[in-house]
Design a protein around this ligand. Structure first.
Ligand SMILES: [Zn+2]
Length: 262
């Protein structure tokens, strides 16, 4: 199984990596895209038994607190790892900012330009800002090798948007699918073309309903782990009337296709 979006360098789980990775492997997760989402994470080395493809990017939540020279730092991190992708980057409508999102848009623009220059696939965050994100992507979509919209949660009607109909766009469905009240996401997850669908946990965030918590040291919070990926796959397989194994294989192949597009 391929977890297409998580955060291995998150400070909350770094001291407990061995257990985090062991439980992922025991659950059958063998590969992941690990998004290092702020400058403090860009020079943290991760070596483990999982196949880890790194994303380097400034997450919209961290734009306001990033060091002034983050763009140079980011370009260095990406050049040092030719297999890395750009992400997660994007626009966010959950945490409102006083500037109406201007700083987020500028940071996104700079990172899309860098991804185009380096020819790297991009992992995108667009929570509650999908329309604005698609608008920002318009000048760039044709110049970027591949786009992965992670944690998708928009109306299935938006799938007909010209950018989302492009052959080099993939969609990440996560644990929000397990929420009993979820209505839009199940319809969207059923409508995404099979060849463009990937699955993700966004660990250690977004602990899913019914998941196994990773209760670590002083952090007695419910932290999510890639060991919960089979729950997402099981729900999605039921929804799409496919076998678990077939869907696990197809979504893993899709994640590899996204990474190979460059
Ligand atoms: Zn994330």
């Amino acid at each position: 199984m391929f977890d297409a979006h998580l955060h291995l360098r998150d400070a909350r789980i770094l001291p407990y990596h061995a257990r985090f990775v062991k439980e992922a492997l025991e659950a059958g997760v063998t590969a992941c895209i690990d998004c290092a989402s702020r400058p403090e994470e860009w020079n943290v080395e991760v070596r483990c038994a999982l196949r880890v493809v790194t994303g380097f990017g400034l997450h919209p939540w961290h734009v306001a607190t990033a060091c002034p020279d983050w763009q140079e730092f980011l370009a260095c991190a990406l050049r040092a790892d030719p297999g890395a992708v750009v992400g997660e980057v994007g626009l966010d409508g959950i945490r409102r900012t006083f500037d109406g999102g201007a700083a987020q848009r500028a940071a996104l623009e700079a990172q899309l330009a860098l991804a185009a220059r380096l020819g790297r696939p991009v992992v995108l965050h667009g929570a509650r800002a999908w329309g604005a994100l698609l608008h920002a992507l318009e000048p760039w979509a044709a110049r970027l090798p591949a786009l992965l919209l992670h944690g998708v949660s928009f109306s299935p009607d938006l799938l007909s948007h010209p950018i989302l109909r492009r052959a080099n766009v993939w969609f990440g469905v996560g644990g929000a699918l397990l929420s009993p009240g979820a209505q839009t996401l199940p319809r969207l997850a059923a409508a995404i073309p099979l060849g463009r669908l990937v699955v993700e946990t966004d660990s250690p965030d977004l602990f899913p309903i019914g998941g196994e918590p990773l209760v670590l040291g002083q952090y007695h919070a419910l932290l999510n782990s890639p060991a919960n990926l089979p729950l997402v796959l099981r729900a999605l397989a039921r929804l799409r009337q496919m076998s678990f194994e077939e869907l696990a294989g197809q979504t893993a192949a899709n994640a590899e296709a996204f990474l190979a597009a460059r």
